[in-house]
Design a protein around this ligand. Structure first.
Ligand code: AMP
Ligand code: MG
Length: 345
């Protein structure tokens, strides 16, 4: 391995996290776990360090990074004002998988925010992430750990090939908990706008008595020239090289029937389906997504990384109901399939 590596899977060695935190202090970049996906982190206050993240990922400079913090003091040092609704959300969901967009202070470098006057901030609940930020005593800017366009890294084995040697330190704690990236929201006129769906759902926020608006771009195609509230949405993301088709119906028999029809027409197909549906498909090429939405969210990026090995003409992926965590799963899957989507009523 070219990057420095620490295996924290069985034993969380605080000295290794300390070494990684020293890397952050020195302006180097560290691959570390969070509860959502792995991140590539740098000192969020140092422009040059943040540049190294963009370089390692090949990330477009107009795609802003999320800043990870471990206490509210850090938040106040980065943002102009924390409104009442934001305070409610923080009380309920931090530390956790919710990124909130705030108006930023001058100290946040331009490359972190891609030139915007806002900054996305989150307090991760993952103990290693939290400790790393605390020991570095710095806010850490960190996008997902993957080469831009590829599925986000949910375990080190999936991303080691593309990132080894490109980061200074790797903290490996095994498989992450959630598997899809954080919910990204912005409060506008007392309403929460969902810019990217995640584990914190529309219902979770509405339960606090707050009105929620789901940005339509979450499930739609947007052109690279279009002005979008969440710049990450306009990029090709998660898509394997093999063509993928997303199929969904509320009636699961109709969904299975449609997928079998596609298999019959095309022949050389790989199906990604729920455990309980797999034996209903007339092909030998099948991958198990798991049964619950939590399973699917955990497995989806690893599965998307596997499909190109099958050398098939088409990958067919079962959709889920766009509700709760299902909205986050469908947002990622529709991108993986480049909007190649069939929904049957
Ligand atoms: P990643 O860290 O790779 O999951 O990407 C972070 C995503 O968060 C970006 O692609 C944006 O869509 C979103 N984001 C980060 N900062 C902002 C911001 N200031 N305004 C709107 N969206 C943001
Ligand atoms: Mg990403």
């Amino acid at each position: 391995m070219k990057s420095k590596y620490a295996d924290l899977k069985l034993n969380v060695d605080i000295n290794k996290i300390k070494e990684a935190s020293i890397c952050i202090k020195k302006g180097k970049i560290v691959l570390f776990p969070t509860e959502t996906v792995y991140g590539i982190g740098a000192n969020a206050l140092e422009k040059k360090a943040v540049d190294k993240i963009f370089k390692a990922k090949g990330r477009a400079s107009d795609n802003p990074l999320i800043v990870h913090i471990c206490n509210l003091e850090m938040l106040n040092s980065l943002v102009e004002e924390v409104g009442e609704i934001e305070k409610k959300l923080i009380n309920k969901f931090w530390p956790g998988p919710l990124t909130i967009i705030f108006n930023r202070k001058e100290c946040v470098p331009n490359n972190v925010t891609a030139g915007l006057n806002t900054v996305g901030i989150r307090m991760p609940s993952n103990k290693i992430a939290n400790k790393l930020i605390e020991l570095a005593n710095l806010p850490i800017a960190a996008p997902s750990a993957n080469i831009s366009g590829r599925p986000s890294g949910t375990k080190i084995e999936d991303i080691i090939e593309e990132l080894d040697g490109k980061v200074d330190y790797i903290l490996d704690s095994g498989m992450v908990d959630i598997g899809v990236e954080s919910t990204v929201i912005r409060v506008i006129k007392n309403k929460v706008h969902i810019l990217r769906p995640g584990k914190i759902t529309v219902q979770d926020i509405e339960d606090l008595g707050i009105n929620v608006i789901i940005e339509k771009q979450i499930m739609e195609e947007c052109s690279s020239k279009e002005k979008v509230m969440s710049p990450g949405m306009k990029y090709r993301h998660y898509a394997p090289n093999t063509k993928c088709l997303l199929v969904y119906s509320e009636d699961e028999n109709k969904m299975i029937e449609e997928i079998n029809k596609q298999i019959e027409n095309i022949g050389n197909v790989l199906v990604l389906g729920r455990t309980s549906h797999l034996d209903k498909y007339n092909t030998n090429n099948k991958l198990d997504m798991g049964e619950s939405l939590e399973d699917i969210s955990k497995n989806i990026f690893t599965l998307l990384r596997k499909v190109d090995k099958y050398k098939v003409s088409l990958v067919i992926i079962e959709g889920v109901k766009k509700e709760g965590l299902g909205l986050a799963i469908m947002n990622r899957l529709i991108r993986a399939c480049e909007h190649n989507y069939i929904e049957i009523n």
